[in-house]
Design a protein around this ligand. Structure first.
Ligand code: URA
Length: 430
């Protein structure tokens, strides 16, 4: 029996004390080995949520989670590695155009991604809408794809051996009301990102109605903690705080978002998706030390699309196969004329999930074709009786519930709303 009994670690934090390095190392390791019980770790997570952790404690906690598993190393690749992580938003399909775009500009993009839970979709769910595409590939195959100058980007599922302590802890936090702790979120995200072996990382921290952080001050605190953790671990890290009151682009739902990403890769697509994709690409290229290349050129001249096609094919997908479409659609028309002044990201996200685009529990399946198409965005004029939103689903019995969710989702006014900026702040290492 260790001198660090689980109870003494829990009571130290419960009473507002600071955990020592030895206590943190022990408790994370013992939890991973099953020596600390789930109920003990849940109690500790609640004490951390209520009492917080210092910068030193958070860094040590992250390192302990990192040490619970394998750490990938791509430092021998001939090109610099850089990745992006988003904290999740509605219609946030940016990884899809961004990864091949940044690869087309000369970086290698190793991206270990997740499946969605609740109203924000997961990148793997979107890519799995492409016939044949496989999320599970070996580290050796990942390395081959990253080293290939015609591909250079890989988006795949994180293996079970990467930060296993986080996987177990996150499952406990999910069911014990302890997700919303800034040090626990920061260490959870950064332990996985550092383990994936990227040399640089751009964080897209979403703020607003459709994000899990609703307030700018919370998002700034999380972004600062993550930038510090990345920087201290030797990963060049920058965070952008970006608006998530309105969905990104004109689609929310897996295959619908792939189709919109293809428009962006073909040089078109909605203005907000293009703007944020280019902003993040420029940040990633700076961190990767690549200058003199404008990613807008790589979108316009088809190089990003070539990398997309190669990236999809490298993981078994058929880039030419028609995307799945839902069996039923229902279009909601505008009840009045005027200007659309508000389109609520949370309501759209929840309705898309109700239609079958998202899952309720880990392991549930999702419908590839389900989701919502937005025919107008805030600032656009609209005429009574014209299409506002189209609902897509294979399960038409979900449509009435989704329509109920969407009733308060929009406002039609007389005067155009002032456009709000997409990027609200930028956080760099101090
Ligand atoms: N995403 C994660 O990976 N971890 C958290 O704690 C919250 C969001």
């Amino acid at each position: 029996m260790s001198v660090h009994s689980a109870v003494s670690v829990i009571t130290t934090k419960r009473d507002g004390g600071e955990l020592s390095d030895a206590q943190i190392d022990w408790v994370v390791d013992a939890f991973t080995r099953g020596e600390v019980a789930d109920e003990q770790m849940s109690a500790l997570a609640m004490a951390i949520l209520l009492r917080g952790m210092t910068r030193r404690e958070t860094a040590r906690w992250t390192a302990a989670m990192l040490d619970s598993g394998k750490r990938l190393d791509f430092s021998d690749l001939p090109r610099p590695t850089v990745d992006k992580h988003s904290t999740g938003g509605v219609g946030d399909k940016l990884t899809l155009p961004l990864s091949p775009l940044v690869a087309a500009c000369g970086a290698a993009v190793p991206q270990l991604s997740g499946r969605g839970l609740g109203h924000t979709g997961g990148t793997l769910d979107k890519l799995e809408a492409i016939p044949g595409w496989q999320a599970d590939i070996s580290v050796d195959r990942m390395r081959e794809i990253l080293a290939d100058p015609a591909i250079g980007a890989v988006v795949c599922a994180a293996g079970a051996d990467l930060a296993p302590a986080d996987k177990r802890l996150y499952a406990l936090r999910d069911v014990t009301g302890t997700v919303e702790s800034i040090p626990l979120i920061a260490s959870s995200i950064m332990s996985k990102k550092i383990a994936e072996g990227t040399g640089a990382l751009v964080l897209d921290v979403k703020v607003g109605r459709g994000a899990f952080l609703k307030r700018l001050d919370q998002a700034r605190e999380l972004a600062t903690a993550m930038v510090e953790l990345g920087t201290d671990a030797g990963v060049r890290t920058v965070a952008l705080l970006t608006a998530m009151d309105t969905p990104l682009g004109r689609t929310a739902g897996n295959a619908l978002e792939v189709a919109e990403s293809l428009e962006v890769l073909a040089g078109g697509g909605p203005a907000d998706v293009v703007e944020l994709t280019l902003t993040l690409a420029r940040e990633m290229l700076v961190l990767a030390g690549i200058d003199g290349i404008d990613p807008a050129d790589a979108l316009a001249d088809g190089r990003a699309m070539d990398h997309w096609r190669a990236m999809i094919a490298a993981q078994g997908g058929d880039p030419d196969a028609p995307l799945p479409r839902a069996r039923h659609t229902e279009t909601l028309v505008a009840p009045a004329s005027g200007t659309l002044t508000r389109l609520d990201a949370l309501d759209i996200g929840i309705a898309a999930w109700q239609l079958g685009a998202g899952r309720t529990r880990q392991g549930d399946s999702v419908q590839a074709g389900a989701g919502i198409e937005m025919h107008v965005k805030p600032g656009d004029p609209i005429t009574a009786g014209h299409p506002l939103l189209t609902l897509h689903t294979d399960t038409p019995e979900t449509i009435p519930t989704a329509l109920e969710t969407l009733r308060p989702a929009f406002t039609i006014g007389d005067t155009p709303a002032n456009p709000t900026p997409l990027v609200l702040d930028r956080i760099t290492a101090s």
